[in-house]
Design a protein around this ligand. Structure first.
Ligand code: ATP
Ligand code: MG
Length: 205
């Protein structure tokens, strides 16, 4: 049995064609159901649909053999128990610092609102800047507007969300794309089977 962990939304949408090319397909009715474990055309392959930030957790603990997660999520989770095997070049965006246009960012301690606490801390540490990081779970763009923070660290794609909230990009922290990750233990025991599937996905990228 092979279990693949994916997250609902853009990663699922952009991964389905890749799996399809590798010979794994999920029926429309299965996709439209509210099931969290989806059957595929293959009896021994299942897909679990979970929150994006839970994908590395399931893979790390061996509840999924492989999964697909954004580099942003992987940077926060850390490399414990997982191998990053393939850059799928999907769900591309940038992890950036953004703020109000006229914001003074030279204060001695910057307040940074973000969902990406680890990446933000590491970035500002490398810059030699002292920061107070405020963890949020969404709507980061609101923080500078209401005075919760001086800047944010968030994913930027078109920049339209920033613009709509009168924020400007300040610095690029990391280019983001989705990666195929495997459980490092399973990669050793189920090596052959997993490698075969990854090879099939890779040759169709
Ligand atoms: P949840 O909605 O469960 O809180 P999420 O917001 O992280 O999770 P998605 O919005 O589907 O879920 O994002 C999944 C991944 O897609 C992110 O981890 C990131 O790598 C990538 N991503 C997020 N926003 C964008 C974007 N605007 N453009 C391209 N890729 C993005
Ligand atoms: Mg989102």
């Amino acid at each position: 049995m092979l279990t693949i962990a994916l997250s609902k939304g853009r990663i699922l949408d952009q991964t389905l064609p890749l799996l399809e090319k590798a010979g794994i397909s999920i029926s429309k009715s299965e996709l439209e159901s509210r099931k969290l474990i989806l059957d595929t055309n293959l009896n021994d392959v299942k897909v679990i649909v979970i929150r994006a930030s839970d994908v590395p957790v399931f893979v790390q603990h061996g509840a999924a053999d492989f999964g697909i997660a954004g580099k942003d999520v992987l940077l926060e989770h850390g490399a414990n128990g997982i191998f990053e095997l393939l850059d799928l070049n999907i769900s591309k965006c940038r992890l950036m610092v953004a703020s109000k246009k006229d914001q003074d960012l030279n204060k001695s301690t910057l307040k940074v609102a973000t969902k990406y606490v680890k990446s933000a801390k590491e970035y500002f540490y490398r810059q030699g800047k002292q920061v107070e990081v405020i963890k949020l779970y969404g709507a980061m763009e609101l923080a500078p507007i209401v005075g919760l923070s001086d800047c944010i660290v968030d994913l930027v794609d078109t920049g339209n969300t920033l613009k709509a909230n009168n924020l400007v990009p300040i610095a690029l922290i990391q280019k983001i794309s989705s990666r195929l990750i495997v459980n490092s233990a399973a990669f050793n025991t189920k090596h052959k089977e997993i490698k075969l599937w990854i090879q099939k996905i890779k040759q169709n990228l």
